[in-house]
Write a protein that binds this ligand. Structure first.
Ligand SMILES: N[C@@H](CCC(=O)N[C@@H](CS)C(=O)NCC(=O)O)C(=O)O
Length: 201
């Protein structure tokens, strides 16, 4: 399997985590290099990572990739927790919220990198406020270090860990100043597959 992506991307990290868990090896094509970026663009019209090549298929978007691997590795005990009934929809909401949070933060991050004074742009202020709103709601949904009484990582826990660690790494939100979020990062940070996919530095 080829994985187009960067080590720092919170979306790519979800896929790296799952591959590590289920034992799917991959060759990382670094999309931050010119070569990796153009190789990815040849395959993926959206120009976003993660994107994989596997079994003669090209698949993009972390959710579609995770669905594919979940189907391919059906029965593997290391797959993500599979919520059922009403919990399925609750988890989908959690994941959508966490995605919305990191997409808003990434927006601000890239514009700041391009020299935009983000604090002077009303839309970007709204993006920052959205990050805060989403994190507050997510915290209200936690049952200890998980979102359910089952102490197994599901897509919601995985997504949240990856976005919090990215927000911390890029200094886009004071995650470590929030006792609940800090405890979440410290707890799940011990997990071997989060250790194996650590952000640089
Ligand atoms: N919905 C996509 C989002 C992927 C995404 O936004 N990836 C970022 C990397 S962190 C990207 O490639 N951004 C490039 C760009 O926006 O030009 C997923 O879940 O995979």
């Amino acid at each position: 399997m080829k994985l187009y992506g960067s080590i720092t991307s919170p979306f790519v990290r979800r896929v790296r985590f799952l591959c590590n868990e289920i034992g799917q090896p991959f060759e990382l094509i670094d999309s931050l290099t010119d070569h990796g970026q153009s190789a990815m663009r040849e395959k993926n019209p959206i120009w976003k990572v993660p994107c994989i090549e596997i079994d003669g298929l090209v698949i993009w978007d972390s959710h579609t990739i995770i669905d594919y691997l979940t189907e391919k590795f059906a029965g593997n005990p290391k797959l993500l927790r599979k919520p059922e009934g009403v919990e399925r929809w609750r988890e989908r909401n959690l994941v959508t919220a966490a995605d919305g949070c990191v997409e808003s933060a990434i927006n601000v991050f890239y514009l700041r990198k391009d020299g935009v004074k983000t604090e002077e742009v009303a839309y970007l202020q709204k993006q920052r406020a959205r990050v805060e709103s989403i994190l507050n709601w997510i915290k209200s949904q936690m049952l200890g270090h998980y979102f359910t009484n089952e102490a197994k990582i599901g897509l919601s826990e995985l997504t949240l860990y990856c976005i919090l660690d990215w927000l911390r790494f890029r200094e886009m939100y004071p995650v470590l100043q929030d006792p609940v979020l800090k405890a979440y990062l410290e707890f799940h940070g011990q997990h071997p597959s989060f250790q194996a996919t650590k952000l640089p530095g």
